[in-house]
Design a protein around this ligand. Structure first.
Ligand code: BGC
Length: 782
């Protein structure tokens, strides 16, 4: 179902809004307009309830396993957003009476969600209604809500019921034991609960205040405690044009919070008391104060990350900021025990699990804009190493084999075993990625190397980086099978293209593994010279064997292009049959091919879910000449359905690299519209996190031409014809550098206090601090 121009933007470049209320498609805005701060994520649900809505609030890291038959997931916490509103005896709903001037807007600059309209009750009385909400970027446990109701042409009696609702589930799985609820002095409600298995203790606490025309009403709310629910009720009488405002400040504290130092075995009263003290501090101030504080933090964030695009329409500018907004609210920038969910914190999809999406698609944004956060993101993998060693052992390998899907640090592999329907058997399909999609270990090593080159952060390398690379290399050494002719193979895997299972010598996997081994060798040699004590320790821990590495690396089969310049995606791919893919390529929703083919059948045809060989040519760009990239681009794009949101951005960047600017822009635009476009069913279970990173990468690494190349930083921008100019800043080895491009010039400005070394169109440059270099822009890459 599509609704043309559903999500709109305005002239400011900062505000996204929708002008119609579509009760059958609530999930679209719930996900896409969600709010958060990296620790806490909240879907943009309406206060009043509608059938089909999904109230979700998550706190990163609070994973729980509901039963032995299910994998661990991020539990949906008790809800604090629901309000029942009765006006003159009618329960308020947009499905009753009528409404005018509806706008739901999200201000990306300050994170405020606002819904406003005039409601016309069944008796034709008019009410101005405004709903505002923020998730604080400053106080990471705080959500602020404000409802304002103004009768325009009548007196009215208003009754409000709201509180904390612990009856929430993840599609039926209740992750909490029923805890205790109570009323604290003031209008404070509290609910304490604990996850059923992982023993994460959660305290929800809300403070309610009401005002008429700005005057605080002293009258306390009356409170009812029910089963898994505590509700306050307030009653008011309003004259025409008087405004009733209800402010609800809501805190969520969990025993997984960073300030508890991971010590989770304290008595529940400890967290309860902590929450009460915290409430005493936070509830001293009102909605506007806390919103102001949060806005200040957002401002600082935008000062670091903003990108300016000038074009005839503000769409690309606004939606690029929308993507960066999502990257910021999905990532815990303080706590390295937390991964980034494939749906961020915006929905139950993928159960809050992290994939390679983090390292390959999301991490570059942080690496270039907030390298300290990139370190935190990669440290999560460092802290998950015990799980990676355990997974390798379980499968009979050595070293560190990272889980395809990860949750809490010691959860290990959490990929579910079953999902989707097999069109032939009618049964659930077996999910094999947790067993076979092993390239993630090499992807993580790839990201570590990128971080190492772009930051020179030896302290991270010593803490985690070297160990991850040596540990993953050791895994591959035990994984590669040497045949009778002495050639090394990686058999029985799933490459990035998940429409192909049990394949041998997937080009992407083999080349990335070769890179992993080469980096391990490089690090080994560096450490041998500079820090042999550390090297000894690492060798002991990872069992990494340098001689074996040198030997097997040379034996590893590295697929090469054939006489037509084409690289075979995996052994035997070229023998597969071709079918007409037009129907699937033109479909407005993804995964339609499953309606006609099951996984076994898909394995026999030349069709890809997402970029696979092309992504290899993008990541290891210097291994493949441009002509080869071009040939493979045309060959594989025609067979790719882009059924994963990771696909279009990769195509966009590669197309920009090989001079296909119109293609690059087309894929950038389509990638950007994955969540923000007109498909109302695109984001039901949450937004696509990797795609948000991909949108940023298409702009900065694709058009902006920023790349961590063999020679170091490369800056080779090209502007699509749809834009007049592009301006962004990146960090390179601690130096903030501003790059601006317009039709005439490319300007590189060193804003740091060290000399900047980079290459541009094959030439090397040194740029002194505070100086700039201006290049003529002929919009060609070489
Ligand atoms: C894609 C994977 C991706 C996962 C999570 C799947 O549909 O094929 O590459 O990691 O979604 O985003």
């Amino acid at each position: 179902m599509n609704q043309k121009n559903y999500i709109l933007w305005d002239n400011s470049g900062w505000i996204v809004n929708v002008k119609s209320f579509l009760p059958d498609y609530l999930a679209k805005t719930e996900s896409v307009f969600c709010q958060g701060n990296g620790r806490l994520g909240l879907r943009a649900v309406t206060e009043e309830s509608y059938c089909g809505m999904v109230r979700n609030m998550f706190v990163n890291g609070t994973f729980n396993r509901f039963s032995e038959n299910e994998v661990t997931e991020l539990p949906n916490l008790p809800d604090m957003t629901a309000f029942e509103i009765y006006i003159n005896g009618h329960s308020f709903s947009l499905l009753k009476g009528n409404f005018l001037d509806y706008t739901l807007s999200l201000n990306l600059y300050n994170g405020k969600l606002k819904r406003e309209f005039i409601w016309i009750s069944p008796e034709q009385h008019k009410f101005k209604m405004v709903f505002e909400r923020f998730v604080s970027m400053t106080e990471r446990d705080l959500v602020g809500m404000k409802i304002s109701i103004t009768p325009l042409n009548c007196d009215c009696e208003v009754l409000i019921k709201t509180g904390i609702d612990g009856q929430m589930t993840n599609s039926g799985s209740q992750h909490f034991e029923e805890g205790e609820s109570c009323v604290l002095p003031g209008n404070i409600l509290q609910m304490c609960s604990k996850t059923t298995n992982s023993d994460v203790f959660v305290v929800n606490q809300v403070n309610l205040e009401s005002y008429i025309d700005g005057w605080r009403i002293e009258k306390p709310f009356s409170v009812t405690i029910g089963r898994r629910k505590i509700t306050a009720k307030g009653e008011y009488v309003l004259s025409p044009k008087q405004t009733l405002s209800i402010e609800k400040l809501a805190l969520v504290i969990t025993s997984r919070d960073i300030y508890f130092d991971g010590k989770q075995n304290r008595p529940s009263t400890y967290y309860k008391t902590y929450a009460e003290t915290r409430g005493g501090h936070i509830f001293n101030n009102n909605f506007d104060f806390h919103f102001g504080q949060s806005e200040k933090t957002w401002k600082k964030v935008w000062n670091e990350i903003d990108i300016e695009i000038s074009a005839s329409s503000n769409r690309d500018q606004t939606f690029l900021r929308f993507a960066m907004y999502h990257l910021m609210i999905m990532t815990d920038i303080k706590d390295s025990r937390m991964g980034i969910g494939a749906k961020g914190l915006s929905g139950e999809g993928y159960k809050g699990h992290s994939f390679w999406d983090t390292e390959i698609f999301i991490m570059p944004f942080f690496l270039f804009t907030q390298p300290d956060v990139a370190r935190i993101i990669l440290s999560y993998r460092g802290k998950s190493l015990p799980g990676a060693y355990a997974k390798a052992k379980k499968y009979g390998y050595k070293g560190a084999m990272f889980p395809w899907e990860s949750a809490w640090l010691d959860d290990g592999e959490v990929t579910p075993d079953w999902g989707g329907t097999d069109i032939v058997t009618g049964k659930a399909m077996e999910i094999l990625t947790g067993h076979l999609e092993q390239h993630i270990s090499a992807d993580i090593a790839f990201a570590i190397y990128q971080y190492y080159v772009a930051t020179d952060d030896t302290s991270f390398m010593e803490q985690f980086g070297y160990e991850i690379v040596l540990g993953t290399a050791e895994f591959w050494l035990s994984r590669i099978e040497i045949d009778a002719e002495g050639i090394g193979h990686i058999n029985d895997v799933i490459g990035p293209d998940e429409y192909k299972e049990h394949v041998n010598d997937n080009a992407f996997t083999n080349h990335l593994v070769f890179h992993n081994l080469a980096v391990a060798e490089e690090f080994y040699d560096t450490l041998m010279q500079n820090n042999s004590t550390l090297l000894d320790k690492l060798v002991e821990k990872t069992n990494f064997n340098i001689d074996k590495c040198r030997e097997i690396k040379e034996k590893l089969y590295l697929p090469q292009v054939n006489s037509q310049g084409l690289m075979e995606q995996f052994e035997g791919y070229f023998n597969l049959s071709e079918i007409d893919l037009t129907k699937y390529k033109n479909a407005s929703t993804v995964g339609n091919i499953y309606n006609d083919y099951n996984m076994k059948m898909l394995s026999q045809i030349k069709v890809s879910k997402q970029a696979d060989t092309l992504l290899l040519m993008l990541l290891l760009e210097n291994v493949f000449p441009e002509e080869c990239k071009k040939k493979n681009y045309y060959y594989y794009e025609a067979k790719t359905l882009h059924d994963s949101s990771l696909s279009k951005c990769s195509h966009s960047i590669l197309a920009a690299d090989i001079g296909l600017l119109d293609e690059a822009y087309k894929f950038f635009k389509e990638g950007m519209l994955t969540d923000f476009g007109d498909n109302l069913l695109s984001s039901d279970e949450g937004i696509h996190s990797a795609c948000m990173g991909g949108i940023w990468q298409s702009v900065v690494m694709g058009f902006g031409g920023i790349r961590i190349a063999e020679e170091g930083l490369r800056i080779n921008p090209v502007l699509p014809k749809e834009w007049n100019s592009l301006k962004f800043s990146i960090y390179w080895r601690g130096i903030r550098t501003e790059i601006s491009i317009n039709g005439k010039n490319i300007t590189v400005k060193n804003e740091g206090n060290k000399s900047l070394n980079f290459s541009h169109r094959g030439q090397e440059y040194w740029l002194e601090p505070r100086k700039k270099l201006v290049f003529y822009s002929n919009n060609e890459r070489e």
